[in-house]
Design a protein around this ligand. Structure first.
Ligand code: AKB
Length: 315
């Protein structure tokens, strides 16, 4: 029986992941934690604890209290926020990860943490970026994520911790808004399209990035965690993606359902520069071959579902 501790449980991934894990393994088997008292549905229906991941002793105490066997470490700053506060990003993204890995080592837990397309930089191949290639990111977030992948490899090799990870692209979801990412324009476009019929994008026309719908991201985490460890050659971390889009392609998809939707541009030079340093599209063959990654949502299916779900929640 699994006993899973999730950090950053009120965030974009955490809110949906905690609900999915509770549905699968039982409500009391998943301990949601976050630095803030939670308004999120993730906290309801199962144990919740306040936790600052930079406090290693508190982390360990909560993990021991619930006798956990799995750590899912999500607490981190995303790319744009990390760029605005790089020192704090290093402290939280690296300090929190080190503490989470130490808890996993001490209590012999299985371990998951997300990496990102942010691990790539201007020197990486832009199209169908390979699983193994040059990783010279230009952002603090990307540097944290590359160091994080290597640290997870180290804990696997040196201490035998069963570490696993995914390089997420932009994640599109309607339940909890993302905070401080570069790919967030895609989520905002849906909400603004329904709210006022227009959206001003901070990412430029023609800047392509990979994206994936949240149900596919949740499914991928669960599938990877349940995969046969012996088959995971690239365990920290796999390229995953379901679509490669720019603002124009997304707007065209929205217009199929909202024909009068208007897209304008007001480019944010910082986020545009980050986006341009990231891949246009990823090669996901390692994830497909090693543990059967197969996203269900195409751009069309994702856009239809997003618009229906947001409309249903905001009548
Ligand atoms: C961000 O934009 O920072 C994240 C990511 C791609 O890691 N969504």
């Amino acid at each position: 029986m699994k006993r899973i501790l999730v950090t950053g449980s009120s965030g974009q991934i955490g809110s949906e992941l905690v609900a999915a894990l509770r549905a699968r393994y039982g409500e009391d088997q998943v301990i949601a934690t976050d630095i803030k008292p939670s308004q999120s549905p993730a906290a309801a229906g199962g144990p919740f604890e306040l936790l600052d991941v930079n406090n290693r002793q508190a982390f360990l105490d909560i993990a021991r209290k619930y006798n956990i066997d799995t750590v899912i470490h999500l607490a981190a700053l995303l790319s744009a926020t990390a760029e605005a506060n790089p020192l704090f990003a290093w402290e939280l993204n690296m300090g929190g990860l080190l503490n989470a890995l130490e808890v996993a080592r001490e209590l012999k837990c299985q371990f998951f943490t997300p990496s990102s397309i942010g691990v790539f930089g201007p020197d990486s191949p832009k199209d169908l970026t390979p699983q193994l290639t040059i990783q010279r990111p230009i952002t603090m977030y990307g540097i944290n994520k590359v160091a994080g992948e290597l640290l997870c490899d180290y804990y696997y090799r040196k201490f035998g911790v069963d570490t696993r990870g995914l390089r997420f692209p932009g994640l599109i979801s309607y339940l909890t808004p993302p905070g401080g990412g570069t790919t967030d324009y895609a989520v905002a476009m849906f909400f603004e399209a329904l709210r006022c019929g227009e959206y001003s994008s901070y990412i430029d026309k023609g800047t392509f990035m990979d994206m994936m719908y949240m149900p596919d991201a949740i499914e991928a985490i669960i599938q990877l965690m349940e995969a046969d460890s012996a088959k995971l050659i690239h365990r920290n971390a796999y390229n995953v993606s379901a679509m490669s889009i720019d603002p124009e392609l997304l707007a065209a998809e929205i217009r199929k359902l909202l024909p009068s939707f208007k897209l304008t541009y007001q480019i944010d030079p910082i986020r545009e520069q980050i986006a341009q340093s990231w891949p246009n599209s990823l090669d996901t063959s390692a994830a497909r071959n090693e543990w059967g990654f197969k996203p269900r949502y195409t751009l069309e299916a994702m856009a239809q579902d997003m618009l229906c779900q947001i409309a249903a929640r905001n009548p």
